[in-house]
Design a protein around this ligand. Structure first.
Ligand code: ADP
Ligand code: MG
Length: 286
């Protein structure tokens, strides 16, 4: 994930708050070392290296997260799909800021996309791919998952008021801030182009909820006047152009992270699609 995580804690006992915050950050670091496809020793890197040849056993939390990612993919018309990795590589976003994809490599990568290529064995807790070239990338869900686990740690430690964010794109508000109001999070307009400058971006209040934003800017490059970002439509193989920014607010940071990525790909009609399966989510899209 290589992301900066921050926690703001409020409460009476500074020493116990600090201990809780440090434990939560340790948990986030542990999860990153489990999930990052860029760390050769992570569970995901091990799955990516071997699952095309044999079933690979993973720890129960990772197994459950992968199944949850599969279910989310099904619920959002495959706009979110953790088998996106070959496409992320084709478009130069694996450790880079993007470049035009080679058509032949793109065609090959597209053959490897889809959770149908990933087989789960519940009894053995193993993952297997049905062909070489399949590769998992939890970039659109891992930060949210890490934040949910950190929030769990903080709640267990008795923390009643905190704000946790990862990479400023997923944020969770526990309880209320010091002034007793609500945690207020502003969605920033990092784009600053004339067509979005005039649009008022919302300030959102969070109480025991998570907010995630996905956008086509940030890690992106320009080609023929188009902004091509690191969120790719798994169904077409192209960086998504449907919307510029998508926000999802819900109880779980894991879900808000994945669903904001899905909503960016689905565009406006996605608000209706997602609300059919997740009726309590709040969304914002432009
Ligand atoms: P951010 O990392 O800026 O919060 P996202 O949560 O939208 O943004 O995640 C984008 C990352 O997820 C990409 O860098 C890539 O690794 C991966 N990804 C890209 N497109 C998809 C997709 N359609 N479904 C799942 N993961 C994706
Ligand atoms: Mg996401």
């Amino acid at each position: 994930m290589a992301t900066r995580f921050e926690i703001v804690l409020h409460g009476a006992n500074a020493t116990s708050l600090r201990a809780a915050g440090e434990e939560a950050l340790d948990e986030i670091a542990r999860i990153e070392s489990q999930l990052s496809l860029y760390r050769p020793t992570s569970e995901i890197a091990r799955v990516n290296a071997r699952a095309a040849y044999e079933p690979v056993r993973v720890t129960p939390p990772v197994y459950n997260l992968l199944k949850h990612a599969r279910d989310l993919s099904g619920a959002c018309e495959r706009a979110f799909d953790i088998t996106i990795a070959p496409l992320v590589r084709c478009w130069g976003f694996m450790g880079g800021t993007g470049e035009a994809a080679d058509p032949k490599q793109l065609a090959e990568a597209r053959e490897c996309i889809g959770m149908a290529h990933v087989h789960f064995d519940d009894a053995k807790q193993t993952i297997q791919f049905d062909r070489p070239g399949v590769m998992l990338d939890l970039g659109a869900i891992g930060k949210g998952y890490a934040i949910d686990r950190a929030v769990e740690f903080l709640l267990e430690a008795g923390v009643e008021s905190a704000l946790v964010h990862g990479g400023t794109s997923t944020v969770y508000g526990i309880g209320k801030p010091m002034d007793g109001g609500a945690w207020k999070v502003a969605v920033a307009n990092a784009f600053g182009t004339p067509n979005t400058d005039s649009i008022a971006l919302p300030t959102i209040t969070l109480e025991n909820e998570a907010l995630s934003v996905s956008a086509i800017w940030g890690r992106s490059f320009e080609k023929e006047g188009k902004m091509l970002g690191h969120v790719i439509d798994p169904r077409t193989g192209e960086p998504t152009q449907t919307a510029q920014l998508a926000t999802v607010i819900t109880k779980s940071a894991t879900d808000s992270d994945a669903l904001s990525t899905a909503l960016l790909v689905l565009g406006q009609p996605g608000e209706t699609t997602l609300k059919q399966t997740f009726p309590t989510i709040r969304t914002f899209i432009l």
